[in-house]
Ligand binder design. Sequence first.
Ligand SMILES: Nc1ncnc2c1ncn2[C@@H]1O[C@H](COP(=O)(O)OP(=O)(O)OP(=O)(O)O)[C@@H](O)[C@H]1O
Length: 238
Amino acid sequence: MQLTLKNLRKDFDGKKVLQGIDFTFEKGKIYGLLGRNGAGKTTLFNCLSGELEADEGQVHLEGEKGLRPLRDEDVGYVFSLPILPEFLTGYEFLKFFTDINRDKVPQGLTVDDYLEMVKIDGEDRHRLIKGYSHGMKNKIQMLCFLITRPPLILLDEPLTSFDVIAALEMKKLLREMKQDHILVFSTHILQLAQDLCDELVLLRHGRIEAVPPELLRSPDFEEKIVTLLGDEPDVQNS
Ligand SMILES: Nc1ncnc2c1ncn2[C@@H]1O[C@H](COP(=O)(O)OP(=O)(O)OP(=O)(O)O)[C@@H](O)[C@H]1O
């Protein structure tokens, strides 16, 4: 399975943010998207997930059934600020979510099994989401795509709000999921990118470029990435 972006462009009032993105993401890899503040990472995710309409360009998914335009329902998007119904408990929300996605839930897997996967335990399961920490809300959001398993999963600054144990669990889950999904996550934490990703891509000057694979394992990885990102005049005004 592949996700192909061709000449993807997005301006905001003459500010050129995405300036013709051409890139192919493949299943089986975790991609780390790096870019300076304001480089356009969230804008790119928003265009892929259908939150925003791109001004130009095409995005196609190629799988066993051939090539077709990417649809909104193909995308699981974990926002940096989770959006959830705060008036429900974690358990109630997931019960509802698994009910409406019944056809996608493997036989025998319960809401408690899912909550166990992300280590939200007994008492917390039955508390209102309103009182959850940022990390707990992120976990619930991540469970949603673990349930629906869309082909493309985008994670905007995930894991940063997780404690060390939860982050380890999530990394394990993501590594397992990459076999069947295209996983792209944006982060500013270079150590996390180096630790988790199979491939790094830089968003700069409104375009995406792959970081040479040997750089990912290089001892001066951080310095090299900082140098590559350092000359970034992020966004151009027309
Ligand atoms: N809805 C919008 N209207 C106008 N300008 C926008 C809008 N969304 C984003 N921008 C601008 O587009 C540019 C890219 O923003 P974006 O949030 O995509 O960057 P980012 O790489 O995710 O940044 P960060 O790392 O700081 O989260 C910024 O200059 C931002 O101000």
